[in-house]
Design a protein around this ligand. Sequence first.
Ligand SMILES: Nc1ncnc2c1ncn2[C@@H]1O[C@H](COP(=O)(O)OP(=O)(O)O)[C@@H](O)[C@H]1O
Ligand SMILES: O=c1[nH]cc([C@@H]2O[C@H](COP(=O)(O)O)[C@@H](O)[C@H]2O)c(=O)[nH]1
Length: 368
Amino acid sequence: MTSREKEILEIIKKNPMIPQQEIADLLNINRSSVAVHIANLMKKGYIQGKGYIVREEKMVSVLGGSNIDLQGFPNDKLILMDSNPGKIETSLGGVGRNIAENLARLSVPVRLLSAVGEDFYGGKLIEEGTSIGIDMKNILCSKEYPTSMYLSIMDEDHDMKVAISQMEIYEKIDIGFIEENQLLIKNSSALVIDNNIPKTTIDYACGMFKEIPIFCDPVSTAKAMRVKDSLDKIHTLKPNTYEAAKLLDMEINTLDDVRKAGELLLKKGVKQLFISMGKEGVFACDGNKELVVKGQPKEIKGATGAGDAFMAGLVDCYLKDKTLNETTVYATAASYVALSSYSTINPLMTEEEIQRIINTVTIDVKEY
Ligand SMILES: Nc1ncnc2c1ncn2[C@@H]1O[C@H](COP(=O)(O)OP(=O)(O)O)[C@@H](O)[C@H]1O
Ligand SMILES: O=c1[nH]cc([C@@H]2O[C@H](COP(=O)(O)O)[C@@H](O)[C@H]2O)c(=O)[nH]1
């Protein structure tokens, strides 16, 4: 082996994937000489071949809940304190899991960091999630608690009347769980947090992953306050009007109230805000612009999951560097895809379906 070949071999041992040009630059020779030396080293058997390491695609990490949803739809007007003939739909749910499933259906690489019980439903959640394309490898399986459940009753217009949630298992998504998964999360393209997880975990994660954009869904008025001390670390917040009112301890009845709430949340450090208003559409602001985006979806089969589809649309648009107007219209169209299905997630959710809705449904954008 010549001294030059020795030098090149040492460089390659330290960095087997180094490009020939970089070796040439280090040794101040040209690339074609490097190629000749490498060919000689191969002939002499010092190098057996070149490996290729594929750079791992960055994923969105979703940290939050995965539930089993039971939804009851009465055939006629809902009568309280009575048995109402109707339909019962069982589906996989949980805000975080729903967002992750919608993202997977939009072809965004995504992993779910959640907890399930070591029971039939826990197995089902992991199995189905994996088959949809969500990375479920880091789900925590608990012996202590059962898989969480969400039971909701709709009225005759398919609007939710009342719901009960059984979700103690999320106590398991604690600081230790974040530490175990910190490298995975650090290397994510975005982190989505749903407020099913404890406040201490939300605050810890928001403090730890400042370099990546954090999207937060407050989940419900009961859980909204869990993010109140981390608002300055949130890139995108998507409360509905009730959750925004709770977070700010104010009444929100009019559009002026919504705009005021927007201003206050941006002041607290949120970069991008979407306040969803059910059939009144959504209010969006980012400090440069304020918009209300509203349309008329062609069919509403079930409102459950509309907000989660909306959030997935927001994350997808962030990764594609879309403007606030484009993002709000796209996410609204994603919510319409969800509304047109009885189950929490519409299996027809794709980017093409969202585009088809944008092209066929009038969605008005009003700038303020
Ligand atoms: N009844 C409806 N009519 C039209 N759009 C709706 C309706 N319900 C929901 N949406 C759409 O879904 C989005 C999210 O729904 P919303 O119910 O406000 O959120 P969440 O489910 O988080 O409470 C809304 O901003 C809107 O675009
Ligand atoms: O405290 C909670 N309530 C409800 C949900 C989930 O919220 C979804 C309903 O979404 P929406 O808010 O879009 O109706 C359901 O899948 C349900 O499992 C949750 O994760 N946590």
